[in-house]
Design a protein around this ligand. Sequence first.
Ligand SMILES: Nc1ncnc2c1ncn2[C@@H]1O[C@H](COP(=O)(O)OP(=O)(O)O)[C@@H](O)[C@H]1O
Ligand SMILES: [Mg+2]
Length: 347
Amino acid sequence: MTREEILELLRSVRHPGQGDRTLEELGMIHSIEGSTVTLAFSKRRDPLAEYLIGATRAALIRGGVKDPEVKTVVLDEAAPKKKAPEFSLETLTGVRHIVGVASGKGGVGKSTVAVNLACALARLGYKVGLADADVYGPSVPLMTGTEGATPMAEEVDGRELILPLEKWGVKWMSIGYFASRGQALIWRGPMASNALKQMILQVKWDDLDFLLVDMPPGTGDIHISLLQEVPMEGAILVTTPQDVALADVEKGANMFRNKQIARPIFGLVENMAWFTPEEHPEEKYYIFGRDGGARMAEELGIELLGRIPLVQSIRESGDAGTPVALGSRPDSQAFLALAGKLAEKLG
Ligand SMILES: Nc1ncnc2c1ncn2[C@@H]1O[C@H](COP(=O)(O)OP(=O)(O)O)[C@@H](O)[C@H]1O
Ligand SMILES: [Mg+2]
């Protein structure tokens, strides 16, 4: 791919804290060498650095660049180095269980499961929050019909905290609310390190029984740093039943089992476990093979916590912003059952 083609791909990346201008307009493209793009930052801690790196990588991947690498340089090294403000874990003191929702790869329905599980837990009477930490594809705004909403900020004990949106008894926070235009307000000022952790640690969650974290797909540095700095109790893994998915799920599992992280995996959720036609809700077609999830769970030594059918209405309701778990269809029962099991497991 030529430099010009890569530049064209990068024009889709905009800096929400700088009037939505492109990286090129801001002079932030330091160099392009093969599939490696180096971004230049003028200050040591741009609060949006992580977001921009992720968005750049995502734009390259979307444009068909294989294994892109995004590096950074800081231009005014000579400037006095202020200590980066530390995130505090105070916003999480009222939260009983922080549970990551992870997957080895994208597109398996991680966000669908996270959003519906949050709604189902709320229906069971729990206080629930969901932090959408998927910088590559924040889908919580769309799936909850909260696109375009602007979270407010509030000063609490001298710290500026973001107020989550509330709908259906769930508190929602997504990086998607800030990736669009006109949201510079809460990024201004002495803001703390990176956008991802901000979505979890700089939010006024108050008291919650469960805080679910929709993690980015895959297993990279961003996950490790997230797991190191956010006190997640453990995670659930979402997968589809195909044999080919096993390797990805195993990677996902190893991320939590690695020595530095060492967090329990509460269970595996087999999504699209079978296909059920809309007009014949009693029928099940095992189009990806039967019991793939159960075999996978056994092989990895993880409990199979739930099985979710592939049903057209799950996708449609996701696109329409009204999660099926709020309704009374058979597929909403699958999410309620999953919620019940998770709640039971965590006490
Ligand atoms: N059980 C399901 N039945 C029907 N469609 C589904 C199901 N799970 C996910 N989808 C659809 O598949 C697509 C990818 O799901 P998503 O939750 O965004 O995946 P991920 O977060 O893992 O990338 C979405 O369009 C979603 O509506
Ligand atoms: Mg997603």
